[in-house]
Design a protein around this ligand. Structure first.
Ligand code: 3EB
Length: 373
């Protein structure tokens, strides 16, 4: 089973020496990214065969099963995230590019990059005595520093994974400490950072290191917010001393379309958690939120593309294993349930939240000639 979400390879050339830049809603001021990214879910057993079967270059492989099966793969970033899959056989997530890939390591960040994109992961084992706000601040500072120096200046998508998300550390919940450190780093590096925040997910793992995964590029993405929800970066202080620094989605446009990265989305309307204790209703509310973001994306780019809601690549984080069946039943009865879906066990940032869903949608764009006329 090859679950693939792929963006058409572009045959478009770029103007030599001109840095491509998106010029508002009217189009690219110069040549847009010609590289294409592809994300797929694969059965772990099919991995080696699959990696040889096409002309694409592997950027990153993410294993959610804690099995470290890929010691043989050297030319891409391989990551283990401790979020146990809820279905069998276990899957891996594969990020590919049409362009050649190189790997590197800078301090605690492992990296794989192409001409236009970098996929990286800051990873650190937590030590007792060091609080999570400190570690998350350092992680974000290092990532910002790397992105600035390398020229991959624009964060497009981030994932934050660490254990015991809802446990207290010195009198404050670990997720809230994480938000403090992330906020400090953003505030120190960027003025008015709301306009550059990437879509993100934050999910509690079953153990393992503190990890911040990121996708960054040489061209900016466009942050989108959800009209049904208050922006997370404007949440009131009842949810923590510093608000969560992320956008509801990032729209990333390239020559032949691009991608819409939808952040981890939960049963929150305004800023309030909805349907406490009811996983089915929380799933419906979450899907309504995702629909609202997809509509924002359509509205933003109607002159260039359509977004087919049944063609997403979705990851569903479920807090309690015994509620997985209910969540899946609701999703399978919804239009969004026609996409490629993987379910994993993970903790959400608020104890009352039972499910969180993230997704990637390709933007089907007009043909080459129409963009240029
Ligand atoms: C929410 O909407 C749900 O702190 O990076 C979702 C995605 C959530 C990302 C983060 C938190 C984060 O507030 C939780």
């Amino acid at each position: 089973m090859d679950r693939q979400l792929s963006q058409e390879n572009s045959g478009m050339g770029s103007a030599l020496g001109v840095s491509p830049e998106w010029n508002g809603a009217s189009g690219f001021s110069s040549s847009p990214s010609k590289e294409s990214l592809t994300v797929t879910y694969l059965q772990a057993a099919d991995l080696s065969q699959e990696l040889e079967s096409d002309a694409l270059h592997t950027l990153a492989i993410i294993d959610y099963g804690c099995r470290s099966a890929f010691s043989a793969i050297g030319k891409s970033l391989t990551l283990e995230v401790h979020l146990p899959p809820l279905t069998q056989p276990p899957f891996v997530e594969v990020w590919k590019s049409s362009a050649p890939v190189l790997c590197d390591r800078v301090q605690d960040i492992r990296l794989a990059f192409t001409d236009e994109f970098v996929f990286g992961c800051f990873e650190a084992v937590e030590h007792s005595g060091k609080e999570l706000d400190e570690l998350s601040r350092v992680a974000y500072e290092r990532i910002f520093e790397y992105c600035t120096r390398s020229g991959f200046s624009h964060l497009l998508r981030m994932w934050n994974y660490f254990p015991a998300m809802n446990a207290e550390q010195d009198g404050l919940e670990r997720y809230k400490r994480f938000c403090i450190g992330r906020h400090q780093a953003f505030a120190a590096s960027y003025q008015k950072f709301a306009s550059i925040l990437p879509a993100a997910s934050a999910v509690g793992t079953q153990g393992g290191p503190f990890q911040v995964l990121f996708l960054a590029g040489k061209q900016p993405g466009q942050p989108l917010e959800n009209p049904r929800q208050i922006s997370a970066y404007e949440y009131p202080a009842i949810y923590g001393p510093k608000s969560p620094s992320f956008a509801r989605a990032t729209l990333h446009r390239t020559a032949r379309g691009g991608q819409l990265f939808v952040a981890g989305t939960a049963s929150i309307v305004g800023h309030a958690t909805q349907h406490q204790g009811d996983p089915a209703k929380q799933t419906i509310e979450t899907l309504t939120n995702i629909d609202a973001i997809l509509n924002r994306g359509r509205h933003e780019g109607s002159e260039l593309w359509d977004i087919n809601c049944s063609e997403g690549l979705l990851k569903v984080f479920v807090r309690n294993q015994e509620e997985f069946g209910v969540v899946r039943e609701v999703l399978e009865g919804h239009e969004l349930g026609k996409g490629h879906i993987q379910y994993v066990l993970g903790e959400m940032c608020r104890k009352e939240l039972l499910v969180e869903i993230e997704g990637i949608w390709n933007l089907a764009s007009l043909p080459h000639e129409e963009i240029h006329n």
